[in-house]
Design a protein around this ligand. Structure first.
Ligand SMILES: Nc1ncnc2c1ncn2[C@@H]1O[C@H](COP(=O)(O)OP(=O)(O)OP(=O)(O)O)[C@@H](O)[C@H]1O
Length: 460
């Protein structure tokens, strides 16, 4: 499915995150370099400036994450998007040190993740930031209920209490009545729901999703996306969601970090990314997106005249998509006033709306968000790198998962991707990285009940 044919309901799909609250995750100058003496790369400006091929030729290293900085706000769905090999999985695994970062700072609720000892790390992964993978590694001999209760069992919760909690969550993800089935008696989509329920059962502060739906067929995938939107709307839980699929990113993300070659090339709302691409790469990435389904009337409206401010007639809110506004304006046969908390902040008419569809610049009124007219502010501008050595070590160099093209049904976004760049040929499960106990933690975090699940990826 191409983005052009996709329905992309972005605006208003989730509760607004709290931009003023302290961030849940705060990442600054983060690097992950795979290869020999990896820590010299971020420490040496000359090496840090090399592109991927030169760096590999000169040092044998791959910089999977390069000097990345961002905050994940409380209550938002933060999407990490990019083509295969752009560094998404590595970045998100660094957040809980399932992969050990090479340099930079990571904090969760202000606490330094890189300074955590093994016990604290386990706690982080079990209670605070649970990961949901593409393959949930459900325990085949356990029922749905017991699979969901598994993470609680690891936490030491008593049988009755955990089964009660598990039953609640099973109902929440739409599996009521299936509690006693075993994974083999479920469809792929239902299994994904069990995995999701297992992650939710431990009530983590943040859910980290690593391409959880890319192996599902498009209809089930859409169902699961709707489920995530619904859960987010109902619970306001903070989520970090990896995807290579632009449509999915636009649908789920409050904000999207678009990665290329280990860097974040643009960080912004779907509307900012589609309405004001930071560079030609992003522009090409979003060129097939139906703009009218993503951009809101904030982008399309023109200033209201004094007479229009007090006129009657059709109205829309600033979050109304251009597509919805077109319906209103054409149905009513008149321009619509844009009302924000009762005040008229602009007007949309056939011309301003069609300008958006046609990709012409809008006549931006004074109160249009600055980010929409100033691309640069949306681009991650990261400063100097702190050169912090990591433990490195052989475990780091084991492939994080055998990926060629991620297995989504709607692979338009990955076509032409550099699927082999720097990727070791051998498959294998993800190493936990130094100090990590990924299999147990991923299980406890609701992702897997079996040792070391694949890194959420499939070879094709
Ligand atoms: N353990 C490893 N050792 C060496 N290089 C690695 C390792 N893991 C990942 N890489 C390289 O780091 C880069 C980023 O990989 P990563 O898996 O983070 O990308 P991705 O965007 O998640 O890709 P995909 O969508 O295919 O999963 C790639 O060039 C990859 O080959």
């Amino acid at each position: 499915m191409s983005a052009a044919t996709a329905a992309v309901p972005a605006a208003g799909s989730a509760p607004a995150s709290d931009a003023g609250a302290p961030p849940v995750f705060s990442v600054e100058g983060l690097w992950k370099v795979f290869g020999p003496r990896a820590d010299r790369v971020p420490a040496d400006p000359a090496l840090a400036a090399l592109d991927a091929a030169e760096l590999r030729a000169r040092t044998g290293c791959t910089a999977a994450v390069r000097d990345v900085s961002f905050d994940v706000r409380k209550g938002e769905v933060f999407v990490v998007m990019g083509l295969s090999g752009s560094g998404k999985s590595t970045l998100v695994r660094c957040l809980t040190r399932l992969i050990e970062p090479t340099a930079g700072r990571i904090a969760i609720d202000g606490e330094d993740v890189r300074a955590m000892d093994g016990t604290r790390l386990r706690e982080l992964r079990r209670h605070r930031a649970a990961m949901v993978f593409q393959h949930f590694g459900l325990l085949p001999h356990r029922t749905v209920l017991d699979n969901v209760a598994y993470g609680l069992e690891i936490q030491g919760m008593g049988r009755a209490a955990r089964r009660e909690r598990a039953a609640e969550v099973v109902a929440k993800v739409g599996l009521a009545g299936m509690e006693q089935r075993r994974p083999a008696q479920l469809s792929g989509g239902q299994r994904q729901r069990v995995g999701l329920a297992r992650a939710l059962a431990v009530d983590p502060e943040v859910l980290l999703f690593d391409e959880p739906f890319s192996a599902l067929d498009p209809l089930i995938r859409r169902d699961m996306q709707d489920e995530v939107v619904r859960l987010h709307r109902e619970e306001g839980r903070t989520m970090v969601f990896i995807t290579h699929d632009l449509q999915e990113a636009l649908k789920l993300g409050d904000r999207i970090a678009l990665m290329r070659d280990g860097r974040v090339v643009q960080l912004g709302t779907p509307e900012e990314i589609v309405g004001a691409p930071a560079d030609d790469y992003v522009r090409a990435f979003v060129q097939d997106v139906p703009r009218e389904q993503v951009l809101t009337v904030r982008t399309a409206m023109r200033p209201a005249s004094p007479a229009e401010r007090t006129a009657t007639g059709p109205t829309v809110t600033p979050d109304t998509t251009v597509s919805q506004a077109i319906t209103t304006v054409s149905r009513e046969g008149a321009p619509a006033r844009v009302l924000d908390a009762g005040a008229c902040v602009g007007v949309v008419d056939a011309e301003t709306l069609l300008n958006v569809v046609a990709g012409h610049p809008a006549t931006a009124p004074a109160d249009t968000p600055a980010a929409l007219s100033a691309d640069v502010s949306a681009v991650e501008d990261v400063g100097g790198n702190s050169a912090v050595s990591d433990a490195g070590g052989p475990a780091d160099e084991v492939p994080a998962g055998p990926t060629a093209v991620a297995g989504g049904a709607d692979g338009s976004a990955v076509r032409g991707a550099d699927v082999s760049a720097g990727r070791p040929a051998a498959g294998g499960d993800a190493p936990a990285g130094p100090g990590a106990d990924a299999s147990a933690d991923e299980a406890a975090g609701g992702s897997s009940g079996v040792p070391a699940p694949p890194a959420g990826k499939e070879s094709v």
